[in-house]
Design a protein around this ligand. Structure first.
Ligand SMILES: [Mn+2]
Length: 338
């Protein structure tokens, strides 16, 4: 992707850079964040890299993971850096431990650059490199500010991890350009065996307890072609004898293996009750689903971020039946429009 001269100049002129990664912490945001930090450091810049959020396994085994500082980012001196880069998220609240976008604005920042690929991006930043067509933020960065040819082995592995994470190991959301980049990263020594082994062949026993419970509780709507799972975390913790992190880990498996891969089902929804309503995560089957599921967020007047076939949004209220009805109306309407 081509970027403006101004942004290019800004990056090359900046001597001190702060990089923030976004939640949800995944292979793409962390891989591209750590990879970019390392690349800019080797280019002579002073780079700090922060995450406001805990980093789940197995993402915490990426190379150079120790270069990420986990801390409250709201207290950082943003004005003390020539450039602040916010990676792989389109809303301010994804970068800090805050409940809403209004509560965090990178106070005092001199130059803010957002690098992202999500639909629903709020365009909160003065400078941005945003490509919703790209598979991942790793792909956005590789095509714009990082020369693939000059990456070292660790950086190649990190960006490769980003491509693998956001395409499900090249199962969806990729183009010939993505594969071209992947090929070039392998030529630069990207350790794909490490990434695949850690990421796809390291399920925990607790994952299967959570996974089987999730499957057991999943309901289907054959007419509209969706599946739905409502998680009661408190109940699951007690009944399955698992911790929050175990639920996250098992549900990760459910989202990737199950939600978009059922015969006759075009999309899956996962609802988790929060203080403000239900957080809805979705996965769509790109080969069968005809519309951008993220448009449901707009239909339901809710905020979130995502892509056509993966993402999440918050629905206010706690009347599950009413929410389901609204969701079904939105699905029916969007299906009809296509
Ligand atoms: Mn991403």
């Amino acid at each position: 992707m081509k970027i403006s001269r101004k942004v290019k100049q800004l990056i090359s002129d900046s001597k001190s850079v702060l990089i923030l990664v976004s939640r949800p912490i995944d292979l793409d945001c962390l891989g591209s964040g750590i990879g970019l930090a390392s690349y800019l450091r080797r280019g002579g810049k002073k780079v700090d890299l922060y995450s406001a959020f805990g980093i789940p396994s197995p993402v915490d085994e990426l190379p150079l993971f120790e270069t990420v500082t986990k801390d409250k980012v709201t207290d950082l001196d943003f004005g003390g850096y020539d450039l602040v880069i916010a990676i792989d998220g389109g809303n301010p609240r994804q970068f800090a431990q805050v409940a809403s976008d209004e509560e965090f604005n990178f106070a005092g920042v001199r130059n803010l650059l957002n690098i992202d690929h999500h639909e629903g991006n709020l365009h909160f930043s003065k400078f941005e490199i945003w490509d919703p067509q790209a598979s991942s933020t790793s792909e956005v960065i590789l095509g714009s500010i990082v020369e693939t040819e000059s990456l070292d082995k660790n950086e190649a592995t990190l960006f490769y991890a980003g491509l693998v994470g956001d395409t499900g190991n090249f199962k969806y959301n990729f183009t010939s350009h993505t594969l071209d980049l992947a090929s070039r990263l392998l030529n630069k020594g990207a350790d794909q065996e490490f990434i695949i082994d850690k990421y796809f062949y390291h399920n925990k026993k607790s994952d299967f307890r959570v996974f089987s419970e999730a499957i057991r509780k999943t309901e289907f709507n054959e007419d509209l072609g969706y599946s739905m799972l409502v998680i009661d975390e408190k109940e699951w913790k007690k009944h399955l004898k698992v911790r929050h992190s175990d639920i996250e880990s098992g549900i990760y498996l459910y989202k990737n293996l199950f939600m978009r891969a059922i015969q006759g089902i075009k999309m899956g929804f996962l609802l988790v009750k929060t203080g403000k309503g239900y957080f809805v995560q979705y996965r769509g089957n790109a080969y069968r689903n005809s519309f951008s599921i993220f448009d449901i967020a707009e239909e339901m007047d809710s905020t979130g971020q995502g892509h056509a076939n993966a993402g999440g949004f918050l629905i206010k209220g706690d009347d599950l039946e009413a929410i389901t009805k609204k969701l079904e109306r939105a699905i029916a309407k969007l299906s009809d429009e296509k």
